[in-house]
Design a protein around this ligand. Sequence first.
Ligand code: SAH
Length: 402
Amino acid sequence: MKYPRLIIAQDREKPVRQRHPWVFSGAIARTEGDPQPGDLVDVRAHDGEFLARGYYNPRSQIQARLLTWRDEPLNDAWWRQQLGRALETRRFMRTNQACALRLVNAESDYLPGLIVDQYGSVLVLQALTLYIDQHKQRIAGLLADLLQPRTIYERSDVDVRAKEGLKRTTGLLWGEEPPERFTYTEASHVTHLWVDVKHGHKTGAYLDQRDNRYWVQSAVDSLTGEVRLLNLFSYSGGFGVVAAEGENRQRLHIVNVDSSNSALALAADNARLNHVPHHEEIEADALDFLRQEARSSARYDVVVLDPPKFAHNKEQIDSAARGYKDLNLNAFRVIREGGYLATFSCSGSISRDLFQKIVFGALADSGRQAQIVRHLQAAPDHPIALTFPEGEYLKGLLLRVW
Ligand code: SAH
């Protein structure tokens, strides 16, 4: 099969050769063979040498996303192989029937534009790009063959689709309609959590924080006496519920704060489902709440700070940095001597280095001291392709604060 071609400018070949999956409009010297949006295209060097094959969408700044660097057909057998590889990587995690896992992590699994999360027998698919959108039924069919789920539900209600000229869409792709709510476990956790895959955030939950919940549990377990855990931006309360799985269950008081009422309802139900003895849910803006606590005498032993993405692009880095600094500064103010702060940023445009500098700035202003006990990142079902460092969006620090 002959595909239309994108000829790469001579000085822009290097990233393609190094297997970065994105080809920006500025890197394309010319197109040949009249490629249409959503078509597969060959990417070639100025002298015609084959470099890679991927899919094309001139509406996006990223005009092509690369799928393979071999001259091979991108047929069902290829898809089966790529999906199979992604599933194999997840064997790294200890799992059971009711587990939730990210099965396919888009560019980071060499499948640009495709996210697949599993909640037990329910799969949730996100199509972020035109090509994946056009092929989602085919992909759902292959996933059904590979995994025999009960349901494959689509949650393509994400803003990034607009860059591809796509509307938000949700609905059943394969199998039975999912229940409004059901429970799952995070891989290797005993905790059960409620999820609403039709209306919940992302595909229903923030699976990337799975392992970090354990580190917070360890921090809680290391402390003596009553332990007060402030879980800011709690969503469904995962950090608190897992912390309560630990040895300090009876002495642990959890305060979940979120601005979303439905998130807090889920958090309260999750606490009840897991018989968490002491928890409260507070609907508030997290920064307002922190400032108010800082002014009062309320103090906490462990604070989790997991805000939504502040920087959606490079232009927003400065304002995002101010936002993170303010939050962290006020978090330091409410932590007892010897307490812990687990602080995160999920902004892809804020590097780990920069994030650490921002947190340092906040610490310096607070007049406190802190030690990095652990660098935190997304769980292993969110692998990061070494050829695609942009995939490392979640970074965090577990700090002991003095
Ligand atoms: N920590 C959660 C995920 C957090 S996602 C977990 O482990 O699952 C970010 C959360 O922040 C969302 O639940 C959103 O409702 C909430 N949020 C967004 N803006 C907020 C604000 N200004 N104050 C408090 N919560 C906010």
